[in-house]
Design a protein around this ligand. Structure first.
Ligand SMILES: Nc1ncnc2c1ncn2[C@@H]1O[C@H](COP(=O)(O)OP(=O)(O)O)[C@@H](O)[C@H]1O
Ligand SMILES: [Mg+2]
Length: 360
């Protein structure tokens, strides 16, 4: 065995150990965990510092996904493509495009949004603070770029959106409708109802916080959302797992609308001072919650913390104790992201951490 090969073997063994212990590690390593991904070359691990694309072109479609605004498919690595292996299915989400508008309402072409890149970044940021979230890999399906998000429903567990359970609550208005019919003010999607629903439930099975009260984990989702500027935590973007009579909060998923993913590079370039980025962050409202249009994401997270047990305050501590370099490395590992977008993403994380942790 060559020295390089022996070194790599030791390297991946250590990293696999980290994964087993529930710690997140960069995707270029996680990819080695998946039986059917086209493996990156050994040279890749040694020389590249970017996340690899997982080629899912040949993966069979196991089921369509009815949720979300665009059509999506559940795919499986071919060698384990069985209903009984549902836990190993991945949801493919294509990269999105936005419209550019010129003066006078004239269409000026389209630009590539960063939902996929941001979803990948968010999954690693969640890993940094031990927040249970879906695993995400950058993916390629034919010529289509996007991400795959690993099913958060474990074997024998059924996943339903929070919306399904909240619909039993008096006065709750469902958001599972055509976009135009969605309630403008998300009546009933509030911390009182969510607290009642989650009361007595525990955190996601097989996660490091599975022994925690579910509400303390949910508050972790809110703290995380405030940190990454996720404005899309509606009641179809979090869920409950059930097995027989047992209910549990599911891992977090769909973080594609965070970190200004919908902005073009031109719009980002306009936010060229710390003050402008800060005022952008302060406009991040919790509008997917009842009366959330008047409340910032940070205010909602603080409201959740005030209603939770001491455990939930650990989410703030974990964010406070991060070295900036830890997230900078994640941002740098995204291939083909403009320098403006990288710097903006970093600044948002710095600014929101300050707002959350220092109260300003
Ligand atoms: N990792 C996941 N595990 C299980 N279900 C998921 C996962 N990701 C998404 N879903 C389901 O698919 C639906 C659509 O996916 P989502 O990521 O929310 O897409 P969109 O960006 O279109 O809202 C979600 O509402 C949820 O029901
Ligand atoms: Mg969604």
């Amino acid at each position: 065995m060559s020295i390089i090969r022996a070194g790599l073997l030791a390297y991946t063994t250590v990293l696999n150990g980290l994964v087993d212990r529930g710690r997140e590690v960069p995707a270029r390593v996680l990819i080695g965990q998946l039986p059917s991904l086209k493996m990156m070359s050994i040279r890749y691990i040694v020389t590249q510092m970017t996340f690899d694309l997982c080629d899912v072109t040949g993966w069979p479609v196991m089921a369509p996904e009815a949720g979300g605004d665009d059509d999506k498919d559940w795919l499986s690595p071919p060698d384990i493509a069985r209903e009984s292996q549902r836990t190993d299915w991945w949801l493919f989400k294509s990269a999105k495009f936005g419209e550019l508008w010129a003066r006078g309402g004239v269409r000026g072409g389209s630009y590539r949004r960063r939902d996929d890149q941001v979803e990948k970044i968010a999954s690693h940021l969640a890993g940094l603070i031990g927040l249970p979230a879906a695993r995400v890999e950058l993916a390629l399906r034919g010529s289509e770029e996007g991400i795959i998000s690993k099913n958060v429903a474990l074997v024998d567990w059924d996943l339903q959106p929070g919306n399904t359970y909240l619909s039993e609550f008096e006065g709750y208005l469902t958001c599972d409708t055509e976009p135009a019919q969605r309630p403008k003010n998300r009546v009933g999607h509030n911390l009182t109802n969510i607290g009642t629903l989650l009361s007595g439930l525990a955190g996601p099975p097989e996660s490091v916080v599975e022994g925690w009260p579910a509400f303390d984990v949910f508050v972790g989702f809110l703290v995380f959302d405030a940190w990454i500027a996720n404005t899309d935590r509606h009641a179809l973007n979090w869920g409950i797992l059930s097995k027989g009579n047992e209910l549990r909060l599911a891992r977090s998923f769909d973080h594609g609308s965070s970190l200004g993913s919908g902005m073009s590079d031109m719009q980002i370039a306009e936010l060229d001072t710390d003050e402008k980025v800060e005022s952008w962050c302060r406009r991040g409202m919790a509008h997917r919650f009842e009366n959330g249009k008047k409340r910032t994401l940070v205010d909602l997270a603080n409201e959740g913390l005030a209603q939770s047990s001491q455990l939930a305050w650990q989410w703030l501590d974990r964010i406070r104790n991060l070295d900036r370099g830890e997230w900078v490395e994640i941002i740098r590992s995204i291939p083909e992201m403009s320098e403006e977008a990288r710097s903006f993403t970093d600044k948002v994380l710095v600014t929101n951490r300050k707002r959350l942790c220092d109260g300003n």
